[in-house]
Design a protein around this ligand. Structure first.
Ligand code: PEP
Ligand code: MN
Length: 343
């Protein structure tokens, strides 16, 4: 931490700050010029609230030099983390596509979805069985029967399964059917859920909260990792801004920012990120170009009749088109789309 004192402070004020830092466990290196004093506080105390120093008499500015997260940071682990799910590697050279409907609705719908996304080269089937809907009157998902339908459809088409866990009480049931446990945007700061998922041996897909900064998002990853689960995939899904033309504002700059700050893989969900079908393909292309390790895409056999998120779900032909287009973009940046080689 670097503490810059105000110009013209008294010696007693400087000493007061030094004492406070020492008492908090920091070694202090003082450098005083003609007019100004700068204090370098050495020591790793990720829990330390720098406002304690900011409010002291005579302090002009305080800067944190180390990140408040450890296990999620690139300083702690230099090389990229690769999350392995069956024969799929997330965070390696391949761009991994997770696709399917917003919600599992019935056996036929999820079977058609699995068959189609698999044939187009996706590796993971998505679909919610426990749905975090904004209204309690909206379709809440099929629950356990939905999980079973999804697992069976995925197995018939050689796909892995990602699905949301809304509550710690659902972890055991969801983990019995899914390969990747999803934390939804609304739950990104549900710390008791994160801690419980941190004890699971399943990879976690951690969506960015609607109002979360990148630092808050990485702190949530830290909650999972501090409990022992290092298999964490981050998913940018758009944040709330003043813009109204799209459901959310897809923050694609998060991809290179996270890449620099963390070793964890990052994927992008342009379906929730834009909320509008015809905006999904352009933003999927942009996400791959920006360096995302994968995409999460909603597609449905009959989007006009979908029980949730129909307007942002791609028609099957559009999904096929998306896969073709991102294949070209991946190639242009020296990557490829997982399974497209064999699809
Ligand atoms: C989802 O992926 O099904 C979902 C509900 O997304 P989010 O949590 O990003 O809103
Ligand atoms: Mn959805």
């Amino acid at each position: 931490m670097v503490v810059i004192m105000e110009v013209g402070v008294r010696e007693a004020q400087i000493e007061g700050v030094i004492d406070h830092l020492n008492e908090s466990g920091f070694d202090v290196h003082r450098s005083s010029g003609n007019r100004q004093t700068v204090l370098g506080a050495i020591g790793v105390h990720p829990e330390f609230d720098i406002r304690q120093i900011k409010v002291l008499d005579g302090v002009a500015e305080v800067y944190r030099v180390t990140e408040p997260y450890k296990f999620a940071s690139r300083t702690w682990k230099r090389e990229n983390t690769i999350v392995r799910v069956g024969d799929v590697e997330i965070g390696g050279n391949e761009v991994v596509v997770m696709a399917g409907p917003c919600s599992v609705e019935d056996a036929d719908q999820i079977e058609k979805s699995a068959a189609h996304v698999s044939a187009c080269g996706a590796s993971v089937l998505r679909g919610g069985a426990f749905k975090p809907r904004s209204s309690p009157y909206s379709f809440q998902g099929l629950g356990l029967p939905g999980l079973k339908m999804m697992r069976e459809a995925a197995d018939r088409h050689g796909l892995s399964v990602v699905t949301e866990v809304m509550d710690a009480s659902q972890i055991e049931a969801v983990a019995a059917y899914a390969d990747i446990l999803q934390v939804g945007a609304r739950n990104m700061q549900n710390y008791s859920l994160l801690r419980e998922l941190g004890k699971s041996d399943k990879p976690i897909l951690l969506k960015r909260g609607l109002m979360a900064t990148i630092q808050e998002w990485l702190m949530s990853a830290e909650y999972l990792m501090v409990e022992g689960n290092t298999q964490v995939i981050l998913c940018e899904r758009g944040i709330r801004t003043f813009e109204t033309h799209t459901r959310n504002t897809l923050d694609l700059s998060a991809v290179p920012v996270v890449r620099a700050k963390s070793h964890l893989p990052i994927i992008v969900d342009p379906s929730h990120g834009t909320g509008i079908r015809d905006k999904v393909i352009p933003m999927a292309r942009a996400a791959v170009a920006a360096g995302a390790d994968g995409l999460m895409i909603e597609t449905h056999p009959d989007p006009d009749k979908a029980r949730s998120d129909g307007p942002q779900s791609l028609y099957f032909e559009q999904f096929e088109d998306l896969m073709r287009q991102i294949g070209l973009i991946a190639e242009a940046i020296g990557r490829s789309v997982d399974r497209m080689k064999t699809a």
